[in-house]
Write a protein that binds this ligand. Structure first.
Ligand code: TPP
Ligand code: MG
Length: 543
């Protein structure tokens, strides 16, 4: 075996120097040199059953650890499969780098095997997307990709790697670039701007600080909690595709409509906030925005006009620190209590009227005790109606949801990566039956790598979220194309070698989940479910 130092070696060395410990991947012709190079650099590969699953895993890893999450796939169709999952990472502001092998540069334009305009394809769902120019460029490109993903508003970056660049020789000393020690950040918020913002908030009667997904990582949640403590202004994190109707925010719309001043702190003014329009937000409510992106600020200016009192381009995490460094001014405790009561508000307990099936409330609530049993528990919730119930009923210090992208299917692979990121705590992932089918083969990945977690599949034998839309919009005689079979997803998991149980009564949920956790293998609890609509916003906050 020759010991030529290749582009692939430069890539892997650069990743290792940047602190990357594992790469989520699926093999393919164009990237086998990188697999080979990983043997020498101590980077572990987690190889999956679908390229989109590899990206979802990198996304979950990034959100839970705060590190960059790296996915690597082969060129052409492997790349195309991966791109779909980048949208979830993009909307969740998750620092992911997708490395895709590519047809060799020497064959470009000749109709090469799996030749495709890969960088163009990934561009709309990434912060930056390009193809490496050759072996000598790879280390620098990898550094740049990581720095870009982590900096500013975090998000996915794509780098295509022609196979002849990966396999081509490059010089060790010249081309192993220094590791990216710091991300490419937006400017720091100046102290006088921070003082102005704090004063502006203190002069409000009913102020709110709204944060976006990047501030809702485990570390982010701790810093925004400190910001609320310091300023006395309620801070609300928003990361749901259902926006202000996020079921985990209870009666939030009631207090949002009363706010007189809102600080958008890295929070986009988009559909999740009804574009700032009344009645969701009062027409006279003023705004200040601190955001790492000029584009976001321009958009807010266009939409809000004079209601935007001040807008500053600045790094979000740095701005939180700077705001916390300002002297506090007295804040209205009544308002803060009112906001908290609204956020806590939930509808009443629910039960299914049909024997042998559970209402989603009965399927979810028994799990809280298990999540509470460990301070590092991980809760993963997908979308769909069952996902909304899970988000309304359950909370945990480590929480991953599908995010503003609103794409379903990521929860199962995310749970696998969550187990790697948080090795010794319970990982519980809740998803609908339709959703479970997207990446069900990732039970195999979990079993191969001995990564136990419990998937709770709410099985109502339909794509219920869409069925509910049909009921409301077209009536009960015009439902079509949303029915599924009451399939035994627990048996599917068992067939891969995992643990499975069927649950048909509420009192079995906690016991079955405990048995699943105790068995130490990936597990699926298939819950026979009544297809209820997502929880409606409770009308009056319960204090
Ligand atoms: C990738 C993707 N495809 C389709 C949709 C549309 N969609 C949203 S929820 C949903 C139904 C989900 O069904 P299931 O997982 O069974 O959950 P349920 O709503 O039945 O509880 C569908 C099809 C989507 N959001 N994302
Ligand atoms: Mg369903």
């Amino acid at each position: 075996m020759s010991k030529v130092y290749r582009g692939a070696d430069a890539l892997v060395r650069t990743l290792a120097q940047a602190g990357v410990r594992r790469v989520f991947t699926l093999s393919g012709n164009h990237i086998m040199s990188v697999f080979d190079a990983c043997l020498d650099q101590g980077i572990s590969l987690v190889h999956t059953r679908h390229e989109a699953a590899a990206v979802h895993m990198a996304d979950a890893w990034a959100r839970l650890t705060g590190e960059v999450g790296v996915a690597m796939v082969t060129g052409g169709p492997g790349h195309a499969n991966a791109v779909a999952a980048l949208y979830t990472a993009q909307m969740s502001e998750s620092p992911v780098v997708l490395l895709s092998g590519q047809a060799p540069e020497a064959e470009r334009g000749l109709g090469a095997f799996q030749e495709m305009r890969q960088a163009d394809m990934a561009a709309p769902v990434t912060k930056a997307s390009w193809s490496s120019a050759g072996a000598a460029a790879i280390a620098g490109d990898a550094c740049a990709a990581i720095g870009l993903a982590l900096g500013g508003r975090p998000g996915p970056v794509h780098l295509s790697l022609p196979s002849d660049a990966l396999e081509g020789a490059c010089e060790t000393s010249r081309h192993a670039a220094a590791p990216p020690s710091v991300a490419v950040r937006a400017p720091l918020l100046a102290a006088d701007s921070a003082a102005k913002v704090v004063d502006w908030l203190a002069d409000a009667k009913r102020p709110l600080i709204l944060c976006g997904p990047a501030s809702l990582t485990p570390r982010g949640r701790r810093t925004v909690a400190a910001l609320e403590e310091h300023t006395g202004v309620p801070v609300v994190g928003m990361e749901s595709p259902r926006g202000i109707s996020d079921p985990s925010l209870g009666a939030f719309p009631e207090v949002l409509a009363q706010a007189d001043r809102i600080l958008l702190l890295g929070k986009r003014l988009d559909f999740t906030l009804k574009f700032g329009r009344a009645p969701a937000i009062a027409a006279r409510c003023g705004f200040v925005q601190i955001d790492p992106d000029d584009d976001e600020i321009h958009r807010s200016r266009r939409v809000l006009g004079e209601r935007l009192a001040l807008a500053v381009r600045a790094d979000t995490a740095g701005a939180i620190k700077q705001l916390c460094a300002q002297p506090t001014r007295s804040a209205a405790d009544d308002w803060r209590n009112e906001v908290h009561a609204a956020l806590r508000a939930r509808g009443p307990a629910q039960a299914s009227a049909t024997a042998g099936v559970l209402h989603p409330w009965e399927a979810c609530t028994p799990l809280q005790e298990i999540l509470d049993s460990d301070p590092r528990s991980v809760l993963v919730c997908d979308g769909g109606e069952f996902g909304q119930w899970a988000q309304a009923c359950l909370h945990a210090p480590n929480r991953l949801i599908n995010g503003p992208a609103g794409a379903i299917g990521g929860a199962l692979p995310m749970a696998v990566a969550a187990r790697l990121a948080v090795p010794d705590a319970p990982v519980i992932a809740l998803m609908g039956d339709g959703t479970a089918g997207f990446h069900i083969a990732e039970f195999d990945t979990a079993l191969r790598y001995k990564l136990p977690f419990v998937a709770i599949v709410g099985n109502d034998a339909r794509w219920n979220a869409e069925y509910q839309i049909q009921l409301k919009t077209y009536g009960k005689h015009r439902t079509i194309g949303c029915e599924l079979l009451p399939s035994r997803y627990d048996h599917v998991c068992a067939a891969f070698g995992g643990y499975g149980e069927l649950v048909e009564t509420g009192d079995q949920v906690a016991a079955a989940t405990r048995r699943a956790l105790a068995c130490g293998r990936a597990a699926c609890i298939n819950v026979a479910l009544e297809g209820a609509p997502a929880p409606a916003m409770p009308r009056r906050p319960l204090v």
